[in-house]
Ligand binder design. Structure first.
Ligand SMILES: Cc1cc2nc3c(=O)[nH]c(=O)nc-3n(C[C@H](O)[C@H](O)[C@H](O)COP(=O)(O)OP(=O)(O)OC[C@H]3O[C@@H](n4cnc5c(N)ncnc54)[C@H](O)[C@@H]3O)c2cc1C
Length: 245
């Protein structure tokens, strides 16, 4: 980080992050270092699903940055909406009793597999060359080979691996890496534009009680903007909580 006010010699992203975490700890703010895989509605509150916990909350501020996910698999883009999906809970019912694959190998991929378990017939986790997850279920198998291409006529039909072997499938769910802006937004029903969460000037999203800030809302990708929006989101959240009392 070269241009953020007060650091005349620059500071690495990690250093700045560690300083912020230390500052929060000093203020005795609870800190849970876990990956968020899903946020769902729970009556008038929200349930934040992490690797090992489910946390109920009246408000949620989404500040997860906006890491670009790119999967370089031949043919994948061509079938978006025609057998390629990014949200199991949103599109799973299209694949009732069908065979699907989930591309990914982390906690988020397993969360997507869990959402498909009682819907799809057979589920194959494709790690695309990454380490296979430690996960077992009757109708789930794992293939770790790198993927070469996706094939089909009007919709996805087959996946071919680097070693020229292939499997038939009715649908592909992309769940690589950690859950990002579009992944969390689609499941919650947040409006997104150009892969960013849409908010008003008070950082309110279209769902009361959910706020977003920083790179997650797009626009200028700079710390100064993230800090301003984080402050605004915090103040809006306090106002919302006070009004609910
Ligand atoms: C190489 C580089 C150089 C840069 N240089 C500058 C600069 O000089 N000046 C400047 O102003 N800006 C710079 N930026 C941009 C700046 O880093 C961002 O604008 C800023 O960090 C955005 O802050 P944020 O809090 O919105 O997101 P981030 O800083 O990206 O923080 C998001 C956090 O959420 C976590 N997270 C993501 N998904 C999940 C999940 N599912 N569950 C739990 N946690 C999750 C991430 O691990 C991360 O810790 C640079 C960026 C890069 C990549």
């Amino acid at each position: 980080m070269e241009n953020y006010y007060g650091f005349e010699n620059g500071i690495t992203g990690n250093e700045l992050y560690q300083k912020g975490i230390k500052q929060a700890s000093n203020l005795e703010i609870d800190l849970l270092k876990e990956e968020v895989v899903k946020i769902s509605h729970l009556n008038s509150n929200f349930l934040v699903h992490t690797t090992n916990n489910q946390i109920e909350s009246k408000v949620v501020i989404i500040a997860i940055g906006n890491q670009k996910k790119h999967l370089d698999i031949d043919g994948l883009n061509k079938f978006e909406g025609r057998g390629v999906s990014y949200c199991a809970i949103c599109d799973g019912f299209f694949y009732r009793n069908k065979d699907v694959v989930v591309i990914g190998s982390g906690t988020y991929a397993i969360s997507e597999v869990n959402d498909l378990l009682n819907i799809a017939n057979n589920i194959t986790i494709l790690t695309n060359g990454n380490k296979p997850p430690d996960f077992r279920a009757d109708n789930v198998s794992i293939i770790s080979k790198p993927i070469k291409l996706v094939r089909g006529n009007t919709k996805v039909e087959e996946i071919e691996f680097d070693d020229n072997s292939s499997i038939k499938t009715d649908g592909i769910f992309i769940a690589q890496g950690v859950a990002g802006v579009t992944d969390l937004s689609k499941k919650l029903g947040l409006i997104i534009e150009k892969n960013s969460i849409v908010t008003n000037k008070d950082m309110e999203t279209n769902i009361p009680g959910i706020y977003a800030c920083g790179d997650a809302t797009g626009g200028l990708l700079q710390i100064s903007k993230a800090v301003y929006e984080g402050t605004k989101a915090g103040l809006s959240a306090i106002k919302y909580l006070n009004n609910r009392r």
